[in-house]
Design a protein around this ligand. Structure first.
Ligand code: NDP
Length: 312
């Protein structure tokens, strides 16, 4: 298999990966970055990012990631398409296989693989995949203009997706399992003030139905301690927004993770238990999960990588 030797390999192309690439490029580490399954990361599946400092009017997520990529390239980062399929972190240089066809031997490794959308685990989600089920409103919302959709979840993502979909669809149901929304106040208000959105508190989706695509959802509504009501709701699209799973699977044989799969690092740093291997962004952050905190930890990881060489 083709083998290439590197000083600094960055895996992932979200805010953490690109920021690490900007810093590593400026530190002459000749970083190579593999962009993974979703180039640009999760922000490319969101609408406007209003809380990234420096954009008083907000910025489209895809545009922000394009800008970060260009900034990384300006400082010499070599950005490539490819997905990590195997790792060997047992000794330095660390061996990373990409697309099952190429081995990279690297002295430092920055893992910035982010997190992936979760599904409820219903068989119907698979049955109707691409036929009315989606985990990305900005990717698929266009197909539901003037239609009726449901969004599952009560966090910021769910609220953001519901508001986005309300701009396209004629009706949006927000299916929330608790009697309250977990989202930030500002997002809650946007949902509550949008007349196209109807929040169904204490509801769970338990199945979908339809001939050639989603035509409705089976719901269970909690009525007090022991009682419940089951009914069906006609919808054309079913959007999941119930959180994410960290993309750490391929590193788990070598690194410690928490029970969800977030990579454990030395508190306040991106250092893993392996010297020269760093974890930045959402793959190691169950707490903040923001673009700006991911970018900051990407910066820290690149500085750590540089110090790793200077301490040698
Ligand atoms: P969260 O973990 O915050 O919320 C997940 C939501 O999905 C919760 O309401 C949860 O319910 C619900 N849920 C989880 N599992 C199930 C299930 N099996 N069935 C039904 N409902 C379920 O995830 P988000 O993706 O919304 O947000 C992640 C982080 O990113 C947060 O910190 C958020 O603030 C941030 N974020 C910020 C944005 C911004 O600032 N622009 C935009 C999007 C996200 P329950 O409450 O009952 O656990």
């Amino acid at each position: 298999m083709e083998t290439e030797r590197l000083k600094c390999l960055i895996i992932g192309s979200g805010p953490a990966g690109y920021t690490a690439a900007i810093y590593a490029g400026r530190a002459n580490l000749s970083p190579v970055l593999y962009s993974g399954l979703q180039p640009g990361g999760q922000l490319t599946t969101t609408t406007d990012v209003e809380n990234f400092p420096g954009y008083p009017q907000g910025i489209n997520g895809t545009e922000l990631m394009e800008d970060l990529r260009k900034q990384a390239e300006r400082f010499g980062a070599d950005i490539r398409a490819g997905v990590v399929t195997a790792t060997d972190l047992s000794k330095s240089p660390y061996r990373i296989t990409v697309d099952g066809s190429k081995i990279l031997e690297t002295e430092t490794l920055i893992i910035a693989t982010g997190a992936t959308a979760k599904y409820l685990g219903l068989a119907d989600e698979q049955k109707y995949a691409g036929m009315g089920v989606s985990a990305c409103a900005t990717c698929d919302g266009f197909f539901y203009r003037k239609k009726t959709v449901a969004v599952v979840g009560g966090g910021d993502t769910a609220c953001e997706e519901a508001v986005y979909l309300a701009g396209l669809a004629s009706k949006v149901y927000l299916i929330v399992r608790k009697p309250y929304l977990r989202a930030s106040k500002v997002m809650q208000e946007r949902v509550m003030n949008n007349e196209k959105i109807e929040v169904l508190f204490e509801h769970n989706a338990v199945g979908l139905f339809g001939e050639d695509g989603v035509e409705g959802v089976h719901l269970v509504k909690r009525l007090g301690e022991a009682d419940e009501e089951r009914y069906d709701l006609a919808i054309d699209g079913f959007f999941l927004a119930i959180g994410h799973k960290p993309n750490s699977e391929v590193f788990k044989p070598y690194l410690d993770t928490d029970e969800v799969g977030y990579i454990l690092t030395e508190p306040g740093t991106p250092r893993t238990k392996i010297p020269g291997v760093f974890a930045a962004g959402d793959v190691a952050d169950p707490h903040y999960r923001q673009a700006i905190t991911a970018a900051a930890s990407g910066c820290q990881a690149a500085i750590e990588a540089e110090r790793y060489f200077s301490a040698k």
